[in-house]
Design a protein around this ligand. Structure first.
Ligand code: AOF
Ligand code: ZN
Length: 364
């Protein structure tokens, strides 16, 4: 990456976008670099929903230098009035000569119209520069803006034989320190974290982000069909982060009232024995939750997988064998191997002696 070309500046813009992952809520992460006569004259990133877009920050920094410059933007400049005015109009008004774009904005309100608008004003537009990297950074946004459903990343930390605890339930620790640190960074990057009631009762987790420097805590979601959550559970302390408990119409009314009095939001999703997970995802989407880190346990992992609701699978393996039957995925299983959920675009990484395997979930 030392050639002075479009990719050189675009990768700088992508680096900025990458560092803002986790802090833009339902908005995408976007970076922008403005270059004039061989010098960077402005840089910016979208940092918070409702505040300036990347282009606005970069153009403001560039000031008069923006005239005749090239702008590198990791996402197609917007063409609509959202919480902020259209970036394409601002680029036109500043007299930018050339715009280089990584990915097209899948938002139906934009979807190519930002690029069209620039071109119709005589601006040269180049698209697709490092597009894959930008699309990967915004995979949660890309799903949410087109479906209004949260993007679900299923994460497990298990032994090599796929167990998430010893047979007594002891699970501290399976993963090494590097893998655990990585999981906390994933919490920072997701808007919400979700567990089943089994895990909530067994581990009494806090589900906060504990990293070397402070990160953002995700909204905690507990799937609790029979409303068995303990009144003393740490998850009910909403001073740390908001908590949503998802249950069914069969749940005890007095218990619901008790949770609500502690500022826990209770969602009724389904009339039957179990939470209707499809409905739960729709309701969580309506609450503007665009990304969920699913941290199990085995039953909820199995149910979410079986329901086809998982988008990315990230599995951390420690080089240990423990036996027993506390598995990372508990469900009846598919009948034939060709029905298996497979991982697409697989990435493998070693973290000291642990291995992380990640990919997009593909259903057949
Ligand atoms: C850009 N540059 O930096 C971002 C863009 O409500 P608003 O005004 O913030 O608009 C949000 C939409 O704008 C979002 O859904 C996406 O389509 C686009 N985000 N566009 O040109 C940016 N963050
Ligand atoms: Zn914009």
């Amino acid at each position: 990456m030392n050639l002075l070309n479009d990719e050189f500046y675009m990768s700088l813009a992508l680096d900025m976008a990458e560092r803002a992952q986790g802090q833009t809520e339902i908005n995408p992460v976007v970076g922008c670099v403005v270059v004039k006569d061989g010098r960077v004259v402005g840089m910016g990133a979208h940092l918070k929903r409702g505040t300036g877009h990347a282009e606005v920050h970069a153009l403001t920094m560039a000031g008069a230098e923006a005239k005749g410059a090239t702008a590198y933007v990791t996402l197609e400049p917007c063409s609509h009035y959202g919480k902020t005015p259209p970036c394409s109009d601002r680029l036109i008004a500043e007299g930018v000569k050339r715009v280089v774009v990584a990915a097209v904005d899948p938002n139906p309100q934009v979807a190519g119209s930002g690029i069209e608008r620039l071109r119709s004003h005589g601006i040269e537009v180049v698209t697709g520069v490092l597009a894959k990297r930008s699309e990967r950074l915004n995979e949660t946004f890309n799903k949410y803006i087109t479906t209004k459903l949260p993007f679900v990343t299923l994460k497990t930390a298990s032994t090599l034989d796929g167990r998430l605890a010893a047979r007594t339930g002891d699970s501290k620790w399976i993963s090494n320190a590097a893998a655990r640190e990585r999981v906390h960074a994933m919490r920072h990057r997701h808007q919400a974290i979700m567990v089943g009631i089994g895990t909530a009762r067994a581990d009494d987790p806090e589900l906060t982000t504990r990293t070397e420097v402070p990160g953002l805590n995700p909204i905690r979601i507990v799937i609790d069909s029979k409303l068995r959550i303990d009144n003393e559970a740490r998850l009910l302390d909403t001073t740390l982060a908001p908590t949503i408990v998802v249950t069914t119409a069969q749940a005890d009314r007095a218990h619901i009232a008790e949770l609500e009095s502690r500022h826990v939001q209770v969602l009724i999703c389904g009339e039957g024995e179990h939470v209707d997970l499809h409905l739960a995802m729709r309701r969580l989407g309506e609450l503007e939750i665009s990304s969920i880190l699913l941290e199990g346990g085995g039953k909820l992992n199995g149910a979410m997988l079986e329901a086809g609701l998982v988008d990315r699978i990230t599995l951390f393996f420690a080089p240990k064998l423990i036996g027993g039957n506390l598995s990372t995925f508990v469900f009846d299983g598919f009948e034939k191997m060709n029905q298996a959920v497979t991982l697409d675009e697989v990435e493998v990484e070693t973290l000291d002696d642990n291995v992380c395997i990640s990919g997009r979930a593909l259903y057949h």
